[in-house]
Design a protein around this ligand. Structure first.
Ligand code: SF4
Length: 376
């Protein structure tokens, strides 16, 4: 089963920490939707399997009107076999979620929302240049529930400077009180080409020390567990039956088509990267020019990706299956390292699966990197 990702590259305003691909020039929205629909039609042979998940990401997909979203969904169903009951997610910002629009979104076929709340602290929302207030976010949540959405994910950010442990605990408690089906939690990272990156360079912003960030993360893991959320990946927590099917498929190496500027696709053996520029994307689509680059994955890249993505999941890395498919025994190759990580309480091995423990999740990428195979 395959997935489709649609990148909607517009935002009302730029959050100070964000380095995703988006533009705040909203004038080309109509043209962009037409171009993305053309890309969907042109690439209808990219996937050989039925589509089980559709994901509108961005940017801010909820900026589009419902007719535009419906048009893209219709174009997908006209050109791909979409299974009954497919998961259709829309990333949405609170300021877009009026009761009326929420009802129309549900009626258009979107059955899962991922809402960027980030924090309940009004001053921090302003400091990060988010386009919504905490009160608006709560109202948006009320609206989508009233509209009938039964699968809602909320995003939170931890390790926000000058947002101490007690402020973080308030955020976690507030989010669980809302009872969403799913919660994603990301540490604030300071990226070079963002406003925060510049502030850091000018000593106007100091990142939260690692140990404080770790305490916030570990606190959240415990609190969410006690509140009935199962951690199924480093940053993702869901109630039973409400894990993100789209992301799970991505981590399992399932093929997916990515359309829109900046989107990536994967067909099982190669990755394709669309240009991260709205004007160039639209022009290329209109004129039938190339707008992407393709990278054929080497055997080593594929194995390393498998290690990285599987280690980040709570299921862990199945050592036996990995050995059967690759002919390489990670347990033997990294015996000393694995032993060291076990003693440090970073990992456990159970039923031949190497799994990260809470402390290990904090350094998941570093652990994976140590187990990577070198390119020949
Ligand atoms: S709304 Fe989302 S994509 Fe847009 S700038 Fe903010 S974080 Fe980035």
């Amino acid at each position: 089963m395959a997935g489709i990702y649609i990148h909607i590259p517009f935002c009302r305003q730029a959050c100070h920490y964000c380095d995703f691909h988006f533009s705040t020039n909203l004038k080309t929205q109509g043209e962009m939707v037409k171009s993305i629909a053309t890309e969907i039609r042109n690439r209808k042979d990219y996937l050989n399997e039925p589509v089980k998940t559709i994901y509108f990401g961005g940017g801010t997909p909820s900026l589009l009107n419902v007719q535009q979203l419906h048009h893209l969904l219709q174009t997908i169903s006209d050109n791909f076999k979409v299974v009954d009951g497919a998961e259709v997610t829309l990333e949405a910002n609170p300021e877009d979620l009026t009761l009326e629009k929420s009802k129309m979104l549900l009626a258009s076929g979107i059955n899962r929302l991922s809402i960027g709340m980030q924090t309940f602290d009004e001053t921090k929302l302003q400091w990060m240049n988010r386009a919504h207030s905490s009160t608006e976010a709560r109202k948006a949540y009320e609206n989508v529930r009233k509209a009938g959405f039964k699968n809602i994910s909320l995003d939170l950010i931890y390790a926000i400077p000058d947002h101490d442990q007690s402020a973080w605990e308030t955020d976690i408690k507030s989010i669980t009180e809302l009872q969403p089906e799913h919660i994603s939690m990301y540490g604030l990272t300071i990226e070079e080409k963002t406003v925060f990156g510049k502030w850091e360079e000018q000593d106007k912003l100091v990142q939260v020390p690692e140990d404080e960030a770790a305490n916030q993360y570990l606190y959240a893991i415990d609190y969410l567990k006690d509140s009935g959320y199962i951690q199924y990946e480093v940053s993702n927590f869901g109630k039973e039956g409400f894990y993100s099917r789209h992301n799970n498929a991505y981590w399992a190496g399932v093929p997916y088509l990515g359309v829109g500027p900046g989107a990536h696709s994967f067909d099982g053996s190669s990755r394709r990267f669309n240009v991260r520029n709205n004007a160039r994307y639209i022009k290329a689509i209109n004129e039938g020019l190339s707008f992407s680059e393709t990278e054929i994955l080497s055997e080593t890249q594929r194995l390393n990706e498998q290690i990285l993505t599987q280690l980040r999941t709570a299921k862990g890395l199945d050592l036996e299956t990995f050995e059967k498919s690759s002919g390489k025994s990670l347990a033997q190759l990294h015996a000393a390292f694995i032993d060291e990580m076990r003693q440090k309480e970073l990992i456990e091995i159970e039923d031949n699966c190497l799994r990260l423990k809470p402390l290990g999740f904090l350094v998941a990428d570093e652990i994976a990197l140590r187990m990577f195979f070198p390119e020949e």
